[in-house]
Design a binder for this molecule. Structure first.
Ligand SMILES: [Zn+2]
Ligand SMILES: [Zn+2]
Ligand SMILES: [Zn+2]
Length: 334
């Protein structure tokens, strides 16, 4: 019989850094013994996320064994708050303008207080990537979270993956691309979708996402269709069966086309709709998280919510001064 002593659990917190190098960048992981990999600037962000995802997948453990890694380090990752609270989530944080990325377990309170960070849904990150063959062998099986949850997950992912300055219009477009991506990580977006989003006359959106190194335009684009490749294969390649995501894309399209208002209030409406209890019509979120996901400063968000309220789509809203929690009642489109 072999006696085993309990090993101290390794912390579920991983950090990678991107350092400049003569021919591009070097990805340095603090947790990997043979530390660094050379990469191109264009591939840097997706390589960093892929690397972090591998660590998280290699260390799956039940929720009750996961603790707030932020608290373990004295909560140095965010400004002061009232202490740890809420369930443990996997938090992706972007630091130093995208030159450092961290993936760590954090409680909901710490997650909400951390700038440039977003909760990565466990369902997205911990599911092993499907092999193309497996994908072909199975028939379409509509399963997985509903449209609303799928949209919520992608909004959360985009909040961390896109630079903070990314415009609300580009975010609306990125959300559609993330939901419509195929197994090859390509998106063929009919111009009609851009018209439905009322973004067909907004210049520079593709360039903005290209510049953020989130996508790359492909030469197959035609007069009626834009074709691009998405670069975050790790996080997006594992989404559930594609028909499910297409339903979510349509749901998001309807929600983001609501009201005769600009991209910022429409993205705000979509965010609220994705976080609203569909039976009661009300919801609750942390104001800072919503501001990040919408690419709007927390100070400007009140104005955006006011605009939304003036259309009647937002029936009422209120920010709790102590907790910065936003409560609302939404007019849900059927
Ligand atoms: Zn590593
Ligand atoms: Zn903390
Ligand atoms: Zn905490």
């Amino acid at each position: 019989m072999t006696l085993r002593t309990t090993c101290p659990a390794t912390p579920r917190a991983w950090t990678v850094e991107l350092h400049p190098h003569a021919s591009g960048l070097v990805l340095v992981c603090r947790h990997c013994p043979h530390g660094s990999t050379r990469i191109t600037t264009a591939a840097a962000r997706s390589a960093a996320l892929a690397h972090l995802a591998r660590h998280a997948r290699g260390d799956l453990r039940p929720l009750h064994l996961r603790i707030c890694q932020c608290h373990e380090r004295g909560c140095v990752w965010h400004p002061r708050h009232r202490g740890c609270a809420g369930p443990i989530r996997l938090l992706l944080a972007r630091e130093h303008g995208g030159r450092r990325w961290r993936l760590a377990d954090a409680c909901s309170a710490c997650a909400a207080a951390t700038a440039q960070a977003a909760v990565v849904p466990d369902t997205v990150l911990t599911r092993a990537p499907l092999q193309p063959e497996t994908r072909r062998r199975h028939r379409r099986r509509p399963k997985g979270p509903g449209e609303q949850i799928r949209v919520r997950e992608i909004l959360s992912y985009l909040a961390a993956a896109l630079p903070a300055g990314t415009s609300p219009a580009a975010r609306l477009l990125a959300l559609q691309c993330a939901l419509r991506v195929n197994a090859e990580m390509h998106v063929r977006l009919p111009k009609g979708v851009l018209r439905s989003l009322r973004l067909d006359a907004t210049p520079g959106l593709w360039h903005e996402l290209d510049h953020a190194r989130w996508l790359r335009p492909l030469p197959e684009s035609t007069a009626n269709k834009i074709v691009v490749a998405l670069l975050d294969a790790t996080l997006l390649g594992q989404a559930p069966a594609r028909p499910d995501r297409m339903h979510a894309a349509d749901w998001a399209l309807r929600a983001s086309a609501a009201g005769a208002i600009g991209p910022a209030p429409r993205l705000a409406y979509l965010y609220l709709a994705a976080h609203t209890d569909s039976e009661a019509g009300n919801g609750l979120c942390e104001l800072g998280q919503m501001a990040r996901a919408c690419g709007i400063s927390p100070a400007a968000l009140s104005g955006t919510l006011g605009q939304l309220a003036s259309t009647g789509l937002l029936k009422s809203w209120q920010v709790c001064p102590d907790s910065e929690d936003l409560h609302w009642i939404l007019h849900l489109l059927s």
